[in-house]
Write a protein that binds this ligand. Structure first.
Ligand code: SAM
Length: 248
């Protein structure tokens, strides 16, 4: 029997090993994750997140899923757009990240109209046709079986509703790409060591960006899962991209 292999950064590993090691990465970095994000991206990740949430077009009474929501950054932005009739679910596979996100929300006074679910995105434990909007920010590249996860997302969305994916992507300007790669490989693991005392997790994060499918490939994967009217917008020269697709 041929055993399917996958990537953990630049390493080729079994799907089970990837899931296990991704779990370890996020358990290790959870408490310093947002501080590191702010430093690594000079705070730009917050603008990308706002752009992604704005791309949803959330209504006051929407039911929204923040998938792989860990830090709760997206949940916070979504929550601020909802009324008492709306609801946001923060779902993540990792207990430490989920606890971190829950604490951030409580500290911001967000307690109502939000719930927390621990689950693998590949097998979402919700009824089919539940959500008006689904958003996954910087989560897709960490998922072992992206096709299975995209199909699971598709099933849980209502007809006529929208999936928004924010993820690192392929830089479209060669000079920016050269500088970005140098910066990522030289400084990010070093910063990880200095701030989070964990160089290897940040080495994985940098490598995982490089092996993640590009904008066109993500679009085809979304199409294969059933999404239609797929569009993407490059952010900061393609360092990140927002994909939007509909279940119609
Ligand atoms: N969305 C948050 C943000 O943008 O700040 C957190 C992003 S963090 C880079 C990636 C998150 O994906 C982690 O919290 C991790 O636990 C979660 N994750 C990884 N694999 C997952 C999976 N298979 N299913 C659900 N969540 C997953």
């Amino acid at each position: 029997m041929i055993r399917k292999k996958t990537n953990f950064g630049y390493e080729t590993v079994s799907p089970e090993e990837k899931t296990e090691r991704v779990e370890k990465v996020f358990s290790s970095v959870a408490s310093e994750y947002n501080l590191m994000n702010d430093i690594m991206s000079f705070g730009i990740h917050r603008l990308w997140k706002k752009f992604a949430v704005n791309s949803c077009g959330i209504k006051k009474n929407s039911r929204v899923l923040d998938l792989a929501g860990g830090t709760a950054d997206i949940t916070k932005l979504v929550h601020s757009r909802l009324s008492q009739d709306g609801h946001v679910t923060l779902c993540d596979i990792n207990e430490n990240m989920l606890n971190y996100g829950r604490d951030c929300l409580i500290n911001s006074g967000i307690i109502n109209n939000v719930d927390f679910v621990r689950s693998n995105a590949e097998n979402l434990p919700f009824r089919d046709n539940t959500f008006d909007f689904m958003i996954i920010a910087f989560g897709l590249r960490n998922i072992t079986n992206k096709e299975t996860a995209l199909y699971s997302m598709y099933k849980k969305l209502k007809f006529g509703s929208k999936l928004v994916i924010l993820e690192f992507s392929k830089v479209t300007v060669p000079i920016v790409d050269k500088f970005y790669k140098k910066y990522s490989f030289r400084f990010i693991p070093m910063l990880g060591e200095l701030i989070a005392k964990d160089k290897n997790s940040y080495k994985y994060l940098v490598e995982s960006i490089q092996v993640h499918p590009d904008q066109e490939e993500i679009s085809s994967m979304m199409k294969k899962a059933g999404f239609r009217k797929i569009k993407y917008t490059n952010l900061s020269f393609g360092i990140a991209a927002v994909h939007v697709g509909y279940k119609i």
